[in-house]
Design a protein around this ligand. Structure first.
Ligand code: ZN
Length: 134
């Protein structure tokens, strides 16, 4: 795996959190994107080589909604950039990690993504993400 691509943070109110993180990071978010298949709306901030992704649920079926209900707002996942997501998924599966999706799916920010179950990674929800080249 390469660098930490981004850290995902679950929030209740994206607008309020955008202004909070603007103050914290000293810059505006550079994009907002809705991922309808995941029922989330996201915004991204640049922090050097990595990014901060804020995620707000758009309905109650969203994993982010369930997360916030259970744990409150906070760090939700850590995403690592990979060059070949299929190869990494195979490697991790062989190592005994439990993948949450069998096939990579399309995530926010033009990425193919796959999640590793936190139960198999010391309680950390890990995201693999590969830039989609078009
Ligand atoms: Zn993410």
């Amino acid at each position: 795996m390469q660098k930490i691509e981004h850290i995902g943070i679950a929030v209740k109110n994206l607008e309020q959190s955008n202004s909070l993180f603007k103050k914290l990071l000293g810059q505006e978010h550079y994009k907002t994107e809705e991922v309808k298949t995941e029922s989330v709306i996201t915004s991204f901030f640049r922090t050097g080589q990595s990014k901060i992704e804020l995620l707000q649920a758009t309905d109650e079926t969203s994993a982010i909604h369930k997360y916030v209900e259970k744990y409150g707002e906070g760090v939700h996942h850590i995403a690592f950039a990979v060059t070949d997501i299929y190869q990494e998924m195979e490697r991790l599966e062989k190592q005994g990690f439990q993948l949450l999706n069998k096939e990579p799916k399309r995530g926010a920010d033009n990425k193919l993504v796959c999640f590793v179950h936190p139960k198999s990674a010391n309680g950390v929800l890990v995201e693999l993400c590969q830039e989609i080249s078009e």
